[in-house]
Design a protein around this ligand. Sequence first.
Ligand SMILES: [Zn+2]
Length: 219
Amino acid sequence: MNYINIHKHSPCISNEICIQDLIIGKDKIQILPNKHYSVGIHPWFINNIEQQKQDLVEVSHKKNVIAIGETGLDFQKDILLHTPVNLQLDLFKFQIELAYKHQKPLIIHCVKCFDELIKLKKQYKDSIPWIIHGFSKNSNIANQLIKNDFYLSFGHHLLQSEKNKEALIGVPKEKIFFETDDKNLPIEKIYEEAAFLLKTSVKILNNQIAENYKSIFYI
Ligand SMILES: [Zn+2]
């Protein structure tokens, strides 16, 4: 069985269909044929803005770049010292516009920023999917995001956090994805835990996620 892993920072392995994430200004941006990528400017790695924007524009139209991200907002104190809110917002909006232009989903990093993110999404029409990657929060936040038509991608927090487990149970199945991010963890572990929580089989869950994947990644 092949598992869909929508966000990881290392190359895909044989039992997964994955989107490898490349961060402009940090990673080597090499787009190989027959592989799928998301490419974006991450709020932790802003170093040479104009060059980074230009580098992103150059690869964002490529067929194998199937999503823009991870991009987003991070309002933790130490990040804000280095990268203030306005700068983060400008760069994020730049990437949102690029995603709309190419009609590709957005993969979003969001720390302490959910109110701002919801406010921002309301300013754009609903023609591309907005996916929160590494969703680690509780049902309350999940519900607000679902009400605003976000997708939620669950990762290693699902194995540890009771609140995160509870959140998954309340999310409509067509809004769910799974990922391993930067963790050295087999993706099937996340599927096994999710299937257990959702009282279904890994196979049925995998089929559902494959449907979700097909419906928003136009490959
Ligand atoms: Zn990541």
